[in-house]
Design a protein around this ligand. Structure first.
Ligand code: FPP
Length: 255
């Protein structure tokens, strides 16, 4: 008897759909604001870090699902430039998560052809965090499947300010002609560089805001918000978000 995955694959090969998802209209770049870890822990009388630990364990399921559906880029907001305001023990714990995650999952990511990528300001990250991520980037650099883009110490306004500074510098040195500045050129100075803009943004935990996340890149992105807390987020919720996305008509300002 075919297991569930084989059934999905069999259906996929017919070129139609997997569990209600039309494989011909899968969002190519999905960005997720993984919110609600603290509340998940609080509801259970646990310390906040227990919520982050549980949140980390969700990532793998979503990476697998995204990869199997043909999503090309999955961007995960793991730590914002504002998250440094949290208590030291929580920040320290969050900074340990990439290496914890990668120490277990990197072999699987390599096997699944996933390419790890980082988006954020490396300068203030601890060496152990950078080393773990750099090692994963190096080991997966030739992979051609899903790009797993971790937003770590990322803030969109910082990103835009730094892009403006670099463009100004390049104008001053004659590398860029100010008349040729357009949205494509600006995009090349952002931390997403070669990546296409997200097609779908998911935010969990019932918060309806962007929290300084990809403000430039989300200009024409479809948003899907859910009350589900990130540690409770499942593949089924991910599929639901994609189904809703597929019901939307994207007009990019046209009619
Ligand atoms: C927001 O929830 C979540 C974060 C700031 C951290 C998210 C990180 C993970 C899910 C794991 C990252 C793992 C890797 C491998 C990088 P919150 O703490 O603000 O929740 P609350 O709003 O309920 O307090």
């Amino acid at each position: 008897m075919l297991d569930k995955l084989s059934k999905w694959k069999a259906k996929a090969e017919q070129g139609k759909e997997i569990e209600g998802v039309n494989l011909e209209n899968v969002p190519k770049h999905v960005a997720i604001i993984m919110d609600g870890n603290g509340r998940w822990a609080k509801k259970r009388g646990l310390p906040r870090i227990a919520g982050h630990r549980e949140g980390m364990s969700v990532i793998n399921k979503i990476v697998k699902k995204a990869n199997s559906l043909g999503v090309e880029v999955l961007t995960l907001y793991a730590f914002s430039t504002e998250n440094w305001k949290r208590p030291k023990n929580e920040v320290d714990f969050l900074m340990r998560l990439p290496e914890r995650y990668l120490s277990v999952e990197l072999p699987k990511l390599i096997e699944e052809n996933v390419k790890v990528r980082l988006m954020g300001c490396k300068d203030s990250l601890p060496a152990h965090t950078i080393n773990a991520v750099d090692n994963a980037i190096e080991k997966t650099k030739s992979n051609t499947g899903l790009v797993l883009n971790f937003a770590l110490n990322y803030g969109s306004r910082d990103e835009i300010v730094s892009a403006i500074q670099q463009i100004a510098e390049d104008v001053n040195t004659g590398k860029v002609n100010s008349q040729s500045i357009n949205d494509e050129l600006v995009g090349q100075y952002l931390m997403t560089q070669e990546l296409r803009d997200p097609d779908l943004l998911i935010r969990t935990s019932g918060e309806i805001r962007l929290s300084n996340f990809m403000l430039w890149q989300l200009a024409y992105t479809e948003f899907w918000f859910t009350d589900v807390l990130w540690p409770d987020f499942t593949e089924q919720h991910f599929l639901e978000a994609i189904e809703v996305y597929q019901q939307r008509t994207r007009r990019y300002g046209g009619i």
